[in-house]
Design a protein around this ligand. Structure first.
Ligand code: GDP
Length: 457
């Protein structure tokens, strides 16, 4: 950890400002060699922590750029080491030349995530916070950003640390009692331990459960639109997309070769799966999406079932509804600019669904749809945003491991096993939870986690 690292910390394109970040023992010394302050008193080596100076980046009589130098001294910095940042002009060529210069003077190019890794190794943040940094950077919407920030501020770390403390206390108690039976009694202990473990399991279950919301927040709600031909699927989709034209992007579907339209509604992301089967409709039932979209339906978090409200339900509708059992469905009665003749009661008897009416043509009724959607997925709880959401599969798996170990403890208690049996599984849970916050993690795993970060972070 002793070498000095440097990277371009801002995006790799033209921009107003670009930042070169240097961290390590030689950061100040290297920066000093290339920075000539306008005010001669403001040499970098003399600057106090958290102060800035304006000047030029110059070396061997060549001027590279104008810049503002920001000096932050160890240990109160992002990495816990000395850090110097140069705010330069944002052209990528300029930045690369300055970075090369910094490297020629003794720094080494930072690997992806290496600044954050140093913050972790320096003990300033734990692994759950480090991972939250990456989540925050990659947030696609406001809720995802808020959820990662909560974790960055130690929300998950605190819960995990608290659980581990309880485990450790009980492990230590058993050990002491076995060593010194005269002073520590184990008489009532199994019952007390049982209630501790049960409470821990409640917390763990809650965290594991939060992961489905966590995924919805981070990746978006996988949404599929179905409906018979001419019900208005394309029109509804266009209405939704038009509303948010500016933030619509096409992203490649991850599991199959379909396009996903990405739509942001008040901070909630919908990934609308746009299969050929849904778009290219003609009169045959097979082509209304029931056939081609069938696996899409399987994986969908939400189905928008479009019904033409101006005509009675048909066999096509009945075929579709048969596929919707057990799914989260919003039925959209479209075309309510005309007389609605569809039997809504019949639909709610047939499938479990919320119903909204709208007119894709007149573009009215979308608020109802949005409200229903929010109610359905987040029951307002997200707007308070006080919860910690598990968004990482790594965390979820470790929580499941801890759950398994603690369940074994309960079994051992029920079977009246000896206390030393408890410690093995209590210890296993302690270790699994520790891995979430980065304790008990092997080096190569630490490296792997950080390698997924972006450059300069
Ligand atoms: P799809 O086959 O399900 O994708 O349906 P389309 O979106 O192509 O729409 C089928 C027909 O219904 C088109 O002629 C649309 O103009 C019409 N349509 C769609 N939405 C509405 C609506 O809200 N009101 C009325 N009156 N017509 C609509």
């Amino acid at each position: 950890m002793n070498d000095t690292i440097a990277a371009i910390a801002t995006g790799m394109g033209s921009s107003g400002i670009g930042i070169i970040r240097i961290s390590g023992e030689k950061a100040i010394q290297i920066a000093d060699k290339i920075f000539v302050p306008k005010n001669h008193n403001k040499k970098i080596c003399n600057m106090a922590s958290y102060t800035a100076a304006f000047g030029h980046i110059t070396y061997n009589d060549e001027v590279y750029d104008e810049a503002v130098a920001l000096v932050m001294r160890a240990p109160h910095t992002y990495t816990t080491e000395d850090v110097v940042e140069f705010d330069c002009h944002g052209g990528i060529t300029v930045l690369k030349r300055i970075l090369d210069l910094v490297i020629s003077l003794g720094a080494r190019p930072a690997e992806g995530g290496e600044f954050t890794k140093r913050a972790f190794l320096g003990g300033r943040i734990d692994m759950s916070q480090a991972e939250a940094v990456m989540d925050l950077i990659n947030s696609k919407n406001e809720l995802a950003a808020k959820a990662s920030l909560k974790k960055l501020q130690g929300g998950l770390k605190d819960i995990i640390a608290d659980m581990r403390e309880k485990l450790l206390y009980n492990i230590a108690y058993i050990e002491s009692a076995l060593d010194d039976p005269e002073n520590y009694s184990l008489d009532e202990f199994p019952q007390e331990l049982k209630s501790v473990v049960e409470n821990l399991l409640i917390t763990i279950d809650k965290l594991i459960k939060s992961s489905s919301n966590g995924r919805l927040i981070n990746e978006g709600i996988r949404t599929v639109i179905v409906g018979k031909p001419n019900a208005g699927k394309s029109s509804v989709l266009n209405m939704l997309l038009d509303e948010d034209r500016a933030i619509v992007t096409d992203i490649e579907g991850t599991t199959r070769d379909t396009l996903e339209e990405y739509l942001n509604i008040d901070g909630i992301s919908l990934n609308i799966v746009d299969t050929a089967g849904i778009r290219d409709t003609d009169d045959t039932v097979e082509k209304i999406g029931v056939d081609k979209a069938i696996d899409t339906l399987e994986e969908a978090d939400l189905i928008l079932y479009i019904v033409d409200g101006s005509v009675p339900l048909s066999d096509n509708d009945r075929t579709i509804m048969d596929k919707l059992h057990g799914k989260k469905v919003i039925t959209i009665i479209n075309k309510n600019d005309m007389k609605v003749v569809v039997d809504k009661l019949w639909i709610t008897k047939k499938i479990d669904t919320k119903i909204v009416e709208l007119s894709a043509k007149e573009r009215t009724g979308k608020d109802d749809l949005y409200n229903t959607l929010k109610e359905m997925f987040f029951n307002n709880e997200l707007s308070y945003n006080d919860e910690v959401y598990i968004t990482s599969l790594r965390h979820k798996n470790l929580l499941s491991e801890a759950k398994e170990s603690l369940t074994k403890v309960l079994e051992s208690i029920d079977l009246n096993m000896g206390e030393d049996f408890f410690t093995i599984d209590l210890m296993a849970a302690y270790t699994s939870l520790g891995k979430i916050i980065g304790e008990e993690l092997e080096d190569d795993l630490v490296n792997k986690i950080f390698s997924e970060f972006c450059m300069g972070k």
